[in-house]
Design a protein. Structure first.
Length: 311
């Protein structure tokens, strides 16, 4: 069974023998080949097959620069039995929503570049993160309503079109505290986007953080699920959680290994069995200090679930 991982798994300074996340970036810049060789070797030792590239230094530009060309990168992957399945596209969470119109041409150019790269590598999914909500009861308030969501959905449609021209599917990621994670918000963006061009990458742990039920959400949108980040969480975060630049880091205290949290992966696996275009399971550990044994335990969990389903 082929199982992948999101490279955010490696965003822990302890794994790299450094102190801060900024040190990880400096390490990659100082010797990209050594950095990526260690990363790919670790994935191979763990038994991982698929890779989801993410933000720098774990993005496609860093990977290509490390080995000087796409062909050389592909060779390094092949000799380790590795494949690039997907890329994460973080731009929409980093550009203010009121600047989307001005930035659209650059966003679409960036989508085209990543989709072309994915196509060359054999990848199929471009995962898009959406912008964060405002903190509950912040003043002035921000509402995720039809007026707010419609222009974002229009941009997502165009992004999906640009990706599809290279055989790549755009999928919305359900990151907690963004405008597309709470089940009603996901429903809204699924309604407003064209299903031919925009699909879904649910992350059940993040849905739990928002107080939602991942099984119910996936059941409603199963035909549009093209990838899922396999991650578990212990409980919902308080509705009045302050949403600031460190919100994604503060999520980590609520994450746990598969099977130790609230997510019903047995039911999710049953739902995903009916998804027609599903990319293989993508484990996501969020900054793991010791990824090899943790990835192996996650793989065993998924494989055991699959075997029980087939029995």
């Amino acid at each position: 069974m082929k199982i992948g991982t999101d490279l955010v798994t490696f965003y822990n300074p302890a794994f790299w023998g450094v102190t801060t996340e900024a040190d990880i970036t400096a390490l990659a810049q100082a010797d990209g080949r050594a950095f990526w060789t260690r990363l790919l070797d670790t994935l191979h030792v763990a038994g991982i097959t698929g890779i989801e590239l993410t933000f720098p230094p774990f993005d496609q530009m860093g990977a290509v620069a490390a080995f000087t060309s796409e062909a050389a990168l592909k060779h390094e992957l092949e000799i380790r039995g590795l494949e690039i399945w997907s890329c994460f596209f973080p731009a929409l969470d980093r550009i203010p929503v009121d600047r989307y119109a001005d930035a659209e041409a650059q966003i679409l150019a960036d989508v085209t570049a990543v989709a072309r790269f994915l196509s060359a590598m054999g990848g199929t999914v471009l995962v898009a993160g959406l912008p964060c909500r405002g903190t509950f009861l912040s003043d002035p308030p921000g509402f995720v309503d039809l007026a707010f969501a419609t222009p974002i959905a229009g941009l997502l449609n165009h992004m999906g079109f640009a990706a599809a021209r290279h055989g790549v599917t755009l999928a919305i990621h359900t990151e907690a505290h963004t405008v597309a994670c709470a089940p009603r918000d996901v429903d809204l963006f699924m309604l407003l986007t064209d299903p031919r061009y925009v699909s879904l990458c649910p992350d059940p742990a993040h849905i739990v953080l928002e107080g939602g039920n991942p099984v119910d959400l996936v059941a409603r949108h199963r035909e549009r699920v093209v990838a899922m980040h396999w991650k578990d969480a212990t409980r919902a975060m308080p509705v009045d959680t302050p949403i600031a630049e460190d919100i994604h880091t503060r999520h980590r205290a609520y994450f746990c290994e598969l099977g130790n949290g609230q997510v019903d992966f047995r039911q999710l696996a049953q739902q995903l069995a009916g998804a027609p275009r599903l990319c293989g399971p993508i484990l996501e550990l969020d900054a793991c200090a010791d990824p090899v044994p943790t990835l192996r335990r996650g793989m065993t969990f998924i494989e055991t679930l699959a075997q029980k389903g087939a029995a």
